[in-house]
Each structure stands twice: as C-alpha cells, then as structure tokens.
Write a protein that binds this ligand. Structure first.
Ligand SMILES: [Zn+2]
Length: 202
C-alpha cells in the first residue's frame, strides 16, 4: 500500500475537513466490466489484485449500450496519473469543479438520504444536474474498497458536454505527458488510444 500521498491530496481537495463515515454496499452492476457477471478483480494499469481490501476507482465511458472504455485503477496508479497533470491544468480543473460542484454537500445528501438505486447517483450529471442522456457519450465514476462500493460524493456521472469542457482545460504539455504516461503500461492498444487526451480521474 502506498496511498499516503493520495490521501493527502484528497484532504487538500476537500479542505482537510472531516467527513462523516459514508455508506458502503455491493458494487453496482453498472460498474462491472462489460459482459461480466463479476466485478473487476485487478487494476487495469498495474494488474494489482483489488480483492484484498484495496481502494480503487472505477471509471467507464458509455454511449447507448456500448462501453467506450472502462477501467479499474488502484489509488497508487490514480495518483501517478494525477501527477501527470501540470500545475496549471490541475488548478484550472479544480477551479472549474469548485465553481460548480459542492462535493461535501453531495456526500452529506447521500448520508442523510441513502439509496440503493444506483440511478439516484448516476442518473444526472454531477456538474450540471441535467439528466444523463444514455444515448450520448457520458462517463461514470465510483470508489470501491475490495468488494464494496462506497456511496458518498461518488458514484457520479458526467455528461459528454462537461467532459469536453474539462478536456479543454488541459494544457498541451499535460496532454502529451498523459499520453507518455499511458505508453508505460501494458494495456491493450485500443484502450490506450481511447484514453489518450482524457482526464481519467478529476
Ligand atoms: Zn494500479
């Protein structure tokens, strides 16, 4: 485990305030690998086993019944990816999100109103609040620990329009660095091509 750095960064993002203990539950099927009846078992990037209580992020881009890409990423890999963002890119993305999303209020809302209907979490864009059009490309994110999904500010969905806006906040240097970063991993070429230029975890 080498999550210390990541935890520090999370605290920075949320102003170091203490968060109430969130709900956890089974991993929603929407976050299973495409065409699988079982959740992810390994980190897409480093192949680390995820079943032994490891914390990880699941991210999927979907359009209609197609999955455009999907990955499970341990926090260590997620942190390495975040570090590919230039300071300017990171600040622009943080500013964009802080202006639009109150993650703490969202976490509190789901603490007060727990739901086992995944659509309550991913049915609307976390940034705009507009209903997700399943026929338009959009992304869904969740945070898991071993076989459990954490229900708090995550899971959430982002509309394609918001994803495009965030991509425009990335500097050319950041895009290049993220592409180089992807090239270090033994992930399938088609997945790598899909991931290039995308802010995988914001
Ligand atoms: Zn990993």
């Amino acid at each position: 485990m080498c999550n210390d750095d990541f935890d520090d960064n999370l605290e920075d993002d949320f102003d170091g305030e203490d968060w109430p203990l969130p709900q956890s539950g089974p991993i929603a099927k929407a976050f299973y690998p495409f065409d699988s009846e079982e959740p992810f078992t390994t980190c897409t990037m480093c192949q680390k086993d995820l079943s032994d209580g490891t914390d990880y992020i699941i991210e999927k881009a979907r359009k209609g019944s197609d999955v455009i890409f999907e990955l499970a990423m341990c926090l260590s890999c997620a942190e390495k990816m975040r570090n590919q963002l230039s300071k300017d890119s990171k600040e622009r993305i943080e500013h964009y999100m802080n202006e639009r999303v109150d993650f703490e209020a969202r976490a509190q809302h789901f603490l007060d109103n727990p739901s086992d209907n995944i659509e309550d979490y991913i049915g609307h864009c976390v940034v705009t609040g507009v209903a997700i059009d399943l026929n338009e490309e959009h992304q869904i994110y969740s945070y898991c620990t071993g076989n459990e999904m954490i229900y708090s500010a995550m899971p959430y969905a982002m509309s394609g329009a918001v994803m495009e806006e965030i991509q425009e906040l990335l500097s050319p240097e950041t895009k290049q660095e993220m592409d180089d970063f992807m090239d270090q991993y033994l992930i399938p070429d088609d997945l790598r091509d899909l991931l290039k230029g995308r802010p995988v975890f914001v």
